[in-house]
Design a protein around this ligand. Sequence first.
Ligand SMILES: Nc1ncnc2c1ncn2[C@@H]1O[C@H](COP(=O)(O)OP(=O)(O)OP(=O)(O)O)[C@@H](O)[C@H]1O
Length: 328
Amino acid sequence: MLDVAQSDALLDIRNVSKIYGDPEAGLVALNDFSLQIPRDRAEIVTIAGESGSGKSTLANLVLGFTRPTKGTITFDGLDVGSAGAAQMRSYHRQVQAVFQDPFGSYNPFYRVQHVFDMVTKNFGLAENKVQAREMMEDALNAVGLTGDDVLRKYPHQLSGGQRQRIMMARAYMVKPKLIVADEPVSMVDASLRASILDVMMKLRDEAGISFLYITHDLSTAYQIGDKILLFYQGTLAEEGNATDVIANPKHPYVQLLIDSVPKPDPADRWKGEIELPAEEELRTARAKGCRFVPRCPHARPACSDALPPLYPVGPNGHRASCILYAPE
Ligand SMILES: Nc1ncnc2c1ncn2[C@@H]1O[C@H](COP(=O)(O)OP(=O)(O)OP(=O)(O)O)[C@@H](O)[C@H]1O
C-alpha cells in the first residue's frame, strides 16, 4: 500500500489513540492507529474485526462525534479533533455517514421524502423545489432507485436493501468526498448485499467518493478488493490489499479469523506453564504487549514485552503486527 505523504492525503489519521476513562489506565478502544486515504483517487477502505475491536470508535472519531485521546485526524487540512461547530458543519458536507438500520432512528410516520427534504434543508442544497426534486431523482438513480417508487412510501413499506440504498442516496446528495459506512450491509440478505456493494463501487468509480467501510463480513471486503485493515482489541493486526490479505493472511489472529491455514505446528506452541492475564487487562493503557497472546498458538514470552510494529509480509503494503515477521 502506498504511504501517502501528509500533504497528499484527503483523510490523514496519525497515531490516534482513544482511551475511555483514565488516560493512564483506562480502556484502550483504539491504539496508536494511522491511516491515510489519498486525495487523488477514490478508494474503499474496509475496517474489519470482531465485536468490540474498535471499529465504531474509529468511525465516531472520523465523524468528529468523539475526540482522540492522542494523535491527530486531519481532513483536507482541517484538524477534526479540535474543529469548532461551524467548521464541523462544513466538514459534514464532505464527510457523510451511513449507519446500520438507519430507519430505526426515523419517525415511522414520515414518508421517505422527508429524509431528503431534511438533508436538502440542513445543507442548503437546492435553490427551489424543482431543483431539489431533480437532485433527489439524481441521487436515487445513482443507487438504482427511482423517485416515484420510493419517495411517497413509509419506511416499513421498503425492504432492508432499499432502506440502505436510500441512505446511500441521501449521503450522495450532499456530494461528499468520503462516506463512513458502518455495517451498511448487515441488515440485508446476501443478494441485496451484493447490490449495495455495487452502489459503493459505482459511487467510488463514477462520483470519486471514498469510503471507510466498517464490517464484520470479510467476503464483502474480498469482493471490493481495495485496502483492508483488520483490528483486534483496538490494535491493527494486519493491513494490505483485501485480496492479498484474505488469500494469504499472516497475523495468527487473522489466520484464525479467515480459517484458511493448516493447524499451527504443535512444536511451535508455547509449552511452559504461564498464567495468562484476563483479556480486558490487556486492553488497559498500562498493557504493553500483543493483545492476542492468550489465544495465540505461536505466543512466546517476548510477545508480552511490547506491541509489535507492522512488519512487511507481502506485496502492495501487506503488513502484520506480529514478531513472527520481525527481521532476524
Ligand atoms: N463510550 C464508551 N465508554 C467506555 N467504553 C466504550 C465506549 N464506547 C466503546 N467502548 C468500548 O471500546 C471498545 C471498542 O468498542 P467499539 O464499539 O469501537 O467496537 P466495535 O468493533 O465497533 O464493536 P461492534 O462490532 O460490536 O460494533 C469496547 O470494549 C467497548 O466496550
